[in-house]
Design a protein around this ligand. Structure first.
Ligand code: SF4
Length: 367
């Protein structure tokens, strides 16, 4: 890792990257636009200053890569409604979800009103909590992509093997390839290359994203998370543009394999089934969600504690949907840094530690 953080190496790659980006811009008639579809990439790009280093010759935009941000407003409202109505439940969640604004409240506000909301760093920790508190009913919020879903499936396996009846999961898990198909089918989308999510690809494998280049003729590179990894990904994408190719390349071979992690894929398949789900900004995406299989309904909070909410429109004026589709950058939103700040967020993209608006506000916007 020290090698990948070497500033001299970064400078050497940059000296090759900039002329190549200019050549691609000459061929396209405008700077190439690349989209990253991973919240960790979003943060790494913002933190490294890569966007400003490449400004004018290459544009980097965020896509639907932050799991908290893509969670539909209706799902956020359901969790908040459950926390508000059932103070006898312990709602377990990753910290990011706490401050996400629902239509009328947030988990943080409900906690202040007496709801029991616990932050866990892993689903395994939530199971341990449930085992140590047999009188409490623990509902863990499963929010994440292919990277998180296997760990949540394992938490259900652990609860079963310990014969815990007081642990369940509210699954809002989603799968990345499915939404990318919808994104790339949008005729208005102007994206010249995709930086693919390294963490997700460790599970799915590179092959799962072959369709990006074979079906949509868009160059794609699986990338790691160091600044040098991201520069290399941009370089490999630019080389494809300049040479008129479109391939899905593995730029993260130190962790990503062609087929991915078969064990993780098997456990996901055993515990979850694909279902149609709503994504923020995208609407209903067929077969892109993961619900627990019926045989695990004892551990399915959607079955144990069903909640209905009335219509949940996105927060007024919030353009998260367009940010997540790469149609605009965060600073194009009229509320950015005015009505919407990390202290007073209007939408989830300003709350999540992987949100595009939070990243832009924290690292790239000059206050
Ligand atoms: Fe939504 Fe705030 Fe981002 Fe605007 S700046 S898109 S209101 S989260």
């Amino acid at each position: 890792l020290n090698k990948l953080r070497d500033p001299e190496l970064g400078k050497r790659i940059l000296s090759k990257l900039v002329p190549l980006a200019r050549e691609a811009a000459r061929l396209l008639g405008r700077p190439a636009i690349f989209m990253e579809v991973c919240g960790t990439h979003t943060m790494a790009i913002a933190r490294s200053g890569l966007r400003s280093l490449l400004a004018g010759s290459l544009e980097l935009r965020s896509g639907p890569g932050c799991p908290v941000c893509v969670t539909d407003q209706g799902d956020i409202d359901k969790v908040i409604a459950l926390a508000a109505a059932r103070h006898d439940l312990v709602i377990g969640t990753f910290g990011d979800m706490l401050r996400v604004p629902g239509t009328n409240s947030s988990l943080e506000q409900e906690r202040a009103r007496g709801a029991r909301v616990e932050i866990f760093y892993s689903p395994a920790e939530a199971v341990t909590f449930a085992a140590g508190h047999p009188r409490d009913e623990v509902v863990f919020l499963g929010v994440g992509f292919e990277t998180t879903a296997p760990a949540v499936a394992l938490s259900v396996a652990a609860a079963r093997s310990r014969d815990l009846k007081n642990y369940s999961v509210l699954s809002f898990h989603k799968t990345v390839p499915t939404v990318l198909e919808i994104l790339l089918s949008d005729p208005e989308l102007k994206i010249d290359g995709l930086i693919l999510p390294g963490h997700v690809c460790t599970v799915t494998g590179r092959k799962a994203f072959d369709f990006v280049s074979t079906k949509f003729n868009v160059p794609a590179v699986v990338a790691g998370f160091e600044p040098v990894d991201l520069m290399e990904a941009a370089y490999l994408l630019l080389k494809q543009i300049v040479s008129g190719r479109a391939e899905t390349v593995n730029g993260y071979p130190r962790l990503v394999r062609e087929e991915g992690n078969n064990k993780a894929k098997e456990i996901m398949k055993e515990y979850f089934k694909p279902v149609d789900v709503q994504w923020r900004g995208f609407g209903m995406v067929p077969q892109s969600g993961l619900a627990l299989q019926e045989r695990f309904s004892l551990y399915d909070a959607a079955v144990k504690f069903p909640v209905e909410v009335s219509e949940s429109p996105p927060p007024r004026g919030c353009a998260c949907g367009d940010v997540l589709k790469g149609k605009i950058v965060s600073s194009d939103c009229p509320l950015f840094a005015r009505k919407c700040t990390p202290l007073q967020p209007v939408g989830p993209c300003m709350v999540s530690t992987e949100g595009a608006c939070a990243a832009y506000y924290q690292y790239e916007w000059s206050k």
